[in-house]
Design a protein around this ligand. Structure first.
Ligand SMILES: Cc1cc2nc3c(=O)[nH]c(=O)nc-3n(C[C@H](O)[C@H](O)[C@H](O)COP(=O)(O)O)c2cc1C
Length: 323
């Protein structure tokens, strides 16, 4: 835990992406220079209370500042889980945004937006038990007819939350359509605590437009980092100095992809690492002309050697394209 942590120093939050944002992912963000606030994947408070395995709670020094994201709807379990992770955390975040069916059926994730009294009590209970900043990540509401993000956020603020992150879509939208950054602007006018904008931020141009629409205190970035680990650092440089650093070239992206693959294999072994990387190829290569067809080839390969060979082929194609 980083004793000097202050949310006012943070402009970028690495958004939690279950099944994506592991230690290697965070290591590469740090390698490319970012001091962003990292977030764990969502951790079930029930599971943590029943089985507090060290693997779930222990992180490396470089991963800090680190927010532990808890999901659940029971006051006692959420409070106990917060106490378990507190010695390792810089922030406790509560997930009120996950739209996935198996999460919302039990009243967790974005279903929590329908029970504001409960979130109030959970926040108060955690704040009493743990001396750490607390944040809440949520959506616009359950559906367009049930948009309650402003009342919900006011409840969260009055319960003692230190900052919030708004993914500007409703639960019913899942990931469809576009995030409505102007609604983050409406929320920003109503709260005293910092507001972080989330949804569809993939470039510095997006950051500029999002801040223009929302006046948010910072941004939370998820899928934009998949395939470009320089993004958090470039956003920070934009906030700090107003400079717009170029995104990585295609060659740099392929070299980043090779490093990502090698590091995951080192971390989890070749079989698991190769499987894990399948979700990333599209993000790394889709924008390059004539290269997206290689995705379906890459996801079928079983060994590092075969993948590296295809990546070299892609690079050769890129060079002949650009001649
Ligand atoms: C694969 C995947 C996993 C996610 N896992 C989580 C999660 O564990 N907790 C959470 O609050 N949001 C989760 N999200 C939502 C993201 O944190 C983020 O709100 C959303 O992707 C929009 O931001 P983006 O456009 O920058 O990706 C997930 C999204 C994706 C695509």
């Amino acid at each position: 835990m980083n004793k000097s942590f202050d949310i006012k120093d943070i402009k970028v939050i690495q958004a939690p992406l279950a099944g994506v944002t592991d230690r290697v992912f965070r290591g590469l963000i740090r390698k490319f220079g970012s001091g962003c606030l990292m977030t764990t994947e969502m951790i079930s408070s029930e599971m943590l209370c029943n089985n507090p395995e060290p693997r779930i709670i222990q992180f490396e020094e470089f991963e800090h500042p680190l927010s532990f994201q808890l999901v659940g709807h029971k006051i006692d379990k959420m409070t106990k889980a917060a106490k378990i992770v507190a010695p390792f955390a810089d922030v406790i975040d509560i997930n009120c945004g996950c739209p996935v069916k198996k999460v919302v059926v039990s009243g967790d994730g974005s279903a929590m937006m329908r029970t504001p009294k409960l979130i109030y009590e959970i926040i108060q209970s955690i704040k009493e038990a743990v001396n750490l900043p607390l944040s809440v990540k949520f959506r616009l509401g359950w559906s367009l007819n049930e948009e309650n993000y402003i009342e919900f956020a006011k409840t969260v603020e009055s319960a003692g939350a230190d900052f919030v992150t708004l993914h500007a879509r409703t639960r019913s939208q899942l990931y469809q359509g576009s995030a409505d950054w102007k609604k983050i602007g409406l929320l920003k006018k109503e709260l005293k605590i910092p507001v972080f904008a989330n949804g569809d931020i993939k470039t510095i141009e997006d950051v500029k437009n999002c801040i223009k629409d929302s006046n948010a205190d910072g941004v939370s970035v998820g899928r934009g980092i998949m395939g470009d680990f320089t993004l958090p650092y470039r956003i920070e440089q934009y906030f700090k100095k107003g400079v717009i650093l170029p995104p990585p070239s295609f060659e740099e992206k392929i070299s980043m992809l090779k490093e990502h693959l090698n590091s995951e294999i080192e971390f989890m072994g070749e079989k698991n690492g190769v499987k894990f990387m399948r979700k990333f190829y599209n993000y790394y290569i889709s924008q390059e002309r004539n290269c997206s067809k290689y995705r379906s080839v890459l996801v079928r390969l079983e060994t590092r050697k075969e993948i590296l060979k295809v990546l070299d082929e892609i690079l050769s194609l890129h060079y002949s394209n650009s001649r």
